[in-house]
Ligand binder design. Structure first.
Ligand code: NAI
Ligand code: F6P
Length: 388
């Protein structure tokens, strides 16, 4: 069985590639980083080490790689012949891989096509659906009609913390032991063969919202407040009582909103939060705040991990104050090497913090969330100035 996975980065190698290989697939990575692709091709294997006491290492063997920039036809052919296609490139990159997938589907659908699932494993709601829209936009009507009956794009939620990797071995990945890969069963084609290790769920929304609004909301809140307090890693930031208290308050807010919307059992949700907080503290990982806070414009966008739960809380008559504080801290996340942070800071300088916040969050200036956000912004700015 052949799997084609777009994005041979941290999640690609450390989670999806590993799991697919363990489930019996021959994995072909497709990436645009020539150095990475060449090394994967040359070695045909890479090690994944668990960040736990035993530091157990698994060598993922029998893998191949293609550079979709310099080998576009081969990459399209790989899609045409694949038994499953997955991605972990970043939700904003999906539009750039769509042409290769579209070319692959055109080749595949020329003959009798076997069913194919294409699963985007990104931190986003409806990632595969977004990918489908990009791909379908490149297909003619006849090919789209054929694709409708044999190609599916089930949405997914993926959870495993894989920090930036800095090892002598360029291919080595250190990952946390925990993982969860949930896929929407209702979007799978009839008679599909389950991938071992994947959790197929009838309704994905509660899973993806619970994950995104707990793991990712909590994590970026630790990153943004931790960054302002001068911490370099999440592990150091969450040792600070003030940061830990803020993260806890944020997760109490998202927890209340999630329980209200999805009817989760409150005690079970508290236990879920406790597990997540333990994962953030994992001393065997070194996770930089600049990675976890990366792309603040994406993280401040209306459907993402801060604004979406805050709006849900507001609409349900629940608290959102701490979420507004995380948004304010995101506005102060000044990392010149991060293009989205640089754009955000430029916007703050040019049009001011309030209009910038409205522009990127989609929340109107007069909305109560915006009032909270701006109060926190001013207070955090003063704290920051006093600190320097
Ligand atoms: N790292 C983590 O702990 C987690 C990450 N995710 C999600 O997984 C996705 C990937 O994240 P990471 O692996 O951390 O990032 P990464 O930066 O380590 O990997 C992304 C890979 O995509 C490749 N890429 C970029 N443009 C491409 C293109 N046009 N065609 C093919 N490949 C391309 C890059 O060269 C890189 O190797 C993101 O959506 C992220 O939110 C989800 C859960 C956990
Ligand atoms: O990958 P993104 O969306 O930039 O966000 C980083 C997040 O991804 C994760 O690596 C895993 O979900 C978290 O550690 C972190 O919250």
């Amino acid at each position: 069985m052949k799997a084609v996975h777009f994005g041979a980065g941290n999640i690609g190698r450390g989670f999806i590639g590993l799991l697919l290989s363990q489930a019996g697939y021959e994995v072909c990575f497709v990436d645009v980083n020539e150095e990475l692709v060449s090394e994967l091709k040359a070695r045909g294997e890479y090690p994944v080490t668990l960040a736990s006491e035993g530091q157990e290492t698994t060598v993922v063997k029998g893998i191949t790689a293609l550079n979709s920039a310099s080998e576009p036809e081969a990459a399209a052919r790989a899609v045409a012949e694949a038994d499953i296609v997955t991605t972990a490139v970043g939700v904003n990159i999906l539009k750039f891989i769509a042409p290769t997938i579209a070319e692959g589907l055109k080749l595949r659908l020329q003959g009798e096509a076997a069913p194919l699932h294409i699963i985007a494993c990104e931190n986003a709601i409806g990632g595969s659906t977004q990918l489908k829209e990009h791909v379908y936009g490149l297909l003619d009507e006849e090919t789209r009609r054929k694709a409708d009956s044999s190609i599916a794009f089930p949405d997914a939620a993926v959870d495993r913390i894989v920090p930036l990797q800095q090892h002598e071995d360029r291919l080595k990945v250190v990952v946390e032991p925990f993982y969860e890969w949930a896929v929407d069963r209702s979007q799978m084609l009839d008679g599909f063969k389950p991938v071992e290790g994947v959790h197929y769920v009838d309704r994905l929304e509660p899973y993806i919202e619970r994950k995104l609004f707990t793991v990712n909301t909590g994590h970026c809140s630790a990153a943004y407040i931790g960054f302002l307090k001068g911490y370099e890693t999440i592990q150091d930031a969450v040792k600070d009582d003030e940061v830990a208290k803020h993260v806890r308050a944020v997760l109490d807010e998202t927890g209340a909103a999630l329980i209200h919307k999805h009817g989760f059992n409150p005690a079970e949700h508290q236990a879920y939060i406790a597990t997540i907080l333990d994962r953030f503290r994992n001393p065997a990982l070194t996770d930089e705040v600049v990675r976890v806070g990366r792309s603040p414009i994406r993280k401040l966008s209306p459907g993402d991990r801060l604004v979406s739960p805050a709006m849900l809380a507001f609409e349900s008559g629940l608290a959102y104050k701490s979420l507004a504080k995380s948004m304010a801290a995101a506005l102060l996340f000044d990392v010149p090497e991060d293009p989205e942070s640089a754009e955000l800071q430029r916007s703050v300088r040019e049009i001011g913090p309030s209009d910038t916040a409205s522009k990127y969050t989609g929340i109107a200036g007069e909305h109560p969330i915006m009032g909270e956000l701006m109060e926190h912004y001013e207070a955090l700015k003063i704290e920051l100035e006093n600190r320097s």
